[in-house]
Design a protein around this ligand. Sequence first.
Ligand SMILES: *[C@@H]1O[C@H](CO)[C@@H](O)[C@H](O)[C@H]1NC(C)=O
Ligand SMILES: *[C@@H]1O[C@H](CO)[C@@H](O)[C@H](O)[C@H]1NC(C)=O
Ligand SMILES: *[C@@H]1O[C@H](CO)[C@@H](O)[C@H](O)[C@H]1NC(C)=O
Ligand SMILES: *[C@@H]1O[C@H](CO)[C@@H](O)[C@H](O)[C@H]1NC(C)=O
Ligand SMILES: *[C@@H]1O[C@H](CO)[C@@H](O)[C@H](O)[C@H]1NC(C)=O
Length: 207
Amino acid sequence: MVNLHTQISTLLLLLPSTLVNAWSPTDSYAPGEVDCPSYLDDSQYDSDTFKGLTRAANSISDAEKDWISNRDEVTIENLKWFLSVSNMTDFDTTAYLQNVTDNNATYIPRIGISFSGGGYRAMLTAAGELSGLDNRTEGCSEHGLPILQAASYISGLSGGSWFLSTLVFNNWTSVQDIVDQNGQDDAIWDLEHSILTPGEKPVLKYH
Ligand SMILES: *[C@@H]1O[C@H](CO)[C@@H](O)[C@H](O)[C@H]1NC(C)=O
Ligand SMILES: *[C@@H]1O[C@H](CO)[C@@H](O)[C@H](O)[C@H]1NC(C)=O
Ligand SMILES: *[C@@H]1O[C@H](CO)[C@@H](O)[C@H](O)[C@H]1NC(C)=O
Ligand SMILES: *[C@@H]1O[C@H](CO)[C@@H](O)[C@H](O)[C@H]1NC(C)=O
Ligand SMILES: *[C@@H]1O[C@H](CO)[C@@H](O)[C@H](O)[C@H]1NC(C)=O
């Protein structure tokens, strides 16, 4: 069983050591002197001469371009299905999708889903939202909601990322599966104990 606390602690342990190795001028947490970056504008980003502190972010990487182009083939089919189960009467979904896929890949809708922060409440709200949008949830398609399978990006901040980390650490399992495990010894989540008065078996710990 991998519980949320273990997941978060693992993330917290892994991240700083990676960052220190990559960026510290002293190979440690001690501060050291560095030259100011000579980065001036986006055209100079990432050349051998100029290195900036921030990524110019004026395009996506080649790897992401390849990935998104492959992902389009999956999402377009799922989007078609999503639009068809939403029973729209005044919009020709087939003609719309035919047009965007035939004409120019730039017009293909790329959907991103994000979950806000807000601690424990945000974590559970995110779980409820994602479950509503996930075709693997019982009843989702009857209510015309299954857009998760048509999405290409997903992100979460703080409490929202606690929730997403559960999915990442569990091979993108569904909320339906997590809920179905309630009460089992190997359940992914144990939400029996209050976050404020957790007793001996806390749901989450802050360090
Ligand atoms: C097809 O897509 C283009 C680009 O979005 C748009 O300008 C045009 O109106 C669309 N045509 C139809 C028939 O939907
Ligand atoms: C597709 O549309 C974009 C945005 O309008 C345009 O920059 C690009 O040249 C078009 N590509 C093709 C192959 O028509
Ligand atoms: C979504 O779920 C329904 C019902 O479980 C299933 O019939 C359908 O094939 C699924 N569609 C996709 C795109 O996964
Ligand atoms: C769409 O219509 C089908 C068949 O009538 C129905 O089962 C389904 O619940 C409807 N979906 C929505 C989102 O109204
Ligand atoms: C993760 O899930 C996918 C499909 O949902 C499956 O094909 C794959 O084998 C799983 N990977 C692991 C490590 O369980």
